[in-house]
Write a protein that binds this ligand. Sequence first.
Ligand SMILES: NC(=O)c1ccc[n+]([C@@H]2O[C@H](COP(=O)([O-])OP(=O)(O)OC[C@H]3O[C@@H](n4cnc5c(N)ncnc54)[C@H](OP(=O)(O)O)[C@@H]3O)[C@@H](O)[C@H]2O)c1
Length: 289
Amino acid sequence: MTKVAFLGLGVMGFPMAGYLAKNGHEVTVCNRTRAKAEAWVAKHGGKTADTPKAAVQGASIVFSCVGDDPDLRAITVGANGAFEGMAAGSIFVDHTTASANLARELYTTAAKKGIHFIDAPVSGGQAGAENGTLTVMCGGEAGPFEIAKPVIAHFAKAVTLLGPAGAGQLTKMVNQICIAGLLQGLAEGINFGLKAGLDMKQVLDVIGKGAAQSWQMDNRGKTMGDDQFDFGFAVDWMRKDLRICLEEAKKNGAALPVTEIINGYYGEVQKMGGGRWDTSSLIRRLGKN
Ligand SMILES: NC(=O)c1ccc[n+]([C@@H]2O[C@H](COP(=O)([O-])OP(=O)(O)OC[C@H]3O[C@@H](n4cnc5c(N)ncnc54)[C@H](OP(=O)(O)O)[C@@H]3O)[C@@H](O)[C@H]2O)c1
């Protein structure tokens, strides 16, 4: 049993932290909106703290899953941030999808205090967090990674170290680049099939057994056909992720022509009021054409 802290109890963090408690760890939670932390303790036990600094007292591993770079900066190096309260030798595991630059910067800042920082963004969505089956992509040093890995595994089906600080975030960028273009292809295929008068449930059952199969087709194809988007991974978050990808590509020189176009399409979905819709809502743009 390890004393741990979890910072950020949103759609993802709430169930992830729950798996730590269910597996016998002593968990202290902290969330910007306190009511979520209180709801978490009512469900799972453990303790709440008002600030990240207070939450991490005595913790050997600190987890976080907040929104974007500014949130991550605030909870680590901001006033009453986690790094002020963590002991030398303890490990910070960040599950936020953030920039690789910030991961590298926090790794260096943490190292000066003797704290180990691991960037560990996740894939698998809300269902993956709730079922404890996330895929976790890590960047950092092997020693602390091996200590954290079995604890992360309580809410993950795969936990992999891909390289030094920032490598986890870079891997997540590859993941998002692969998904963006694929979702537009799926949207165009389903829209085409509907316009052609096909029974798309039957079509997806058939082509989902062939070379067009994908996680998105299996998990989003039918709901796209039914025009349902009030769940899943929000367009606002995807735009944040694609912004991070496009910024990184400017630095490493990679061409991302399709990703750039899809980023613009998601901007249009936001203007349609779809910031909180699932990313499969790209198909709604096609109805306008
Ligand atoms: N949702 C998905 O399917 C999914 C999948 C893969 C990756 N991700 C990534 O995982 C991260 C979290 O996503 P999510 O869907 O869980 O977002 P979310 O529901 O908005 O949760 C973010 C949580 O962080 C808290 N927070 C933000 N700043 C904070 C601060 N300064 N101090 C303490 N708590 C703070 C928020 O508090 P409040 O309650 O005050 O807002 C909120 O509870 C994002 O980077 C996202 O891109 C999400």
